[in-house]
Design a protein. Structure first.
Length: 116
């Protein structure tokens, strides 16, 4: 079982990016899926969650209204849509999956750089 990330890159302030996290070896819809990020010199911080049963979402305050976590059951993939990006959003982003009795699984990480 693994999570494989794609997306990320360099974007100007105010721009948008979409991160993808594809699950293999397990059904993503049965897992709590989260995104974390780690900026240089800082601890890894939680960004967003989508729950396994109801698909409820939650976000850290700094990204509310700008980021959206969602999943595509058919593609077995979770996404993080990031709009109105700010330089403080620069970090390596990681997806994470866990369910009672299984996991946790981490993606390999992807760099997001917001700079003019």
């Amino acid at each position: 079982a693994q999570l494989v990330q794609s997306g990320g890159g360099l974007v100007q302030p105010g721009g948008s990016l979409r991160l993808s996290c594809a699950a293999s070896g397990f059904t993503l819809n049965n897992y709590h899926m989260k995104w974390y990020r780690q900026a240089p010199g800082k601890e890894r911080e939680w960004v967003a969650t989508i729950t396994r049963t109801t698909g409820s979402t939650s976000y850290t305050d700094s990204v509310k209204g700008r980021f959206t976590i969602f999943r595509d059951v058919a593609q077995n993939t979770v996404y993080l849509q990031m709009n109105n990006l700010k330089p403080d959003d620069t970090a390596v982003y990681y997806c994470f999956g866990q369910t009672p009795g299984a996991g946790p699984y981490w993606g390999q990480g992807t760099q997001v750089t917001v700079s003019s």
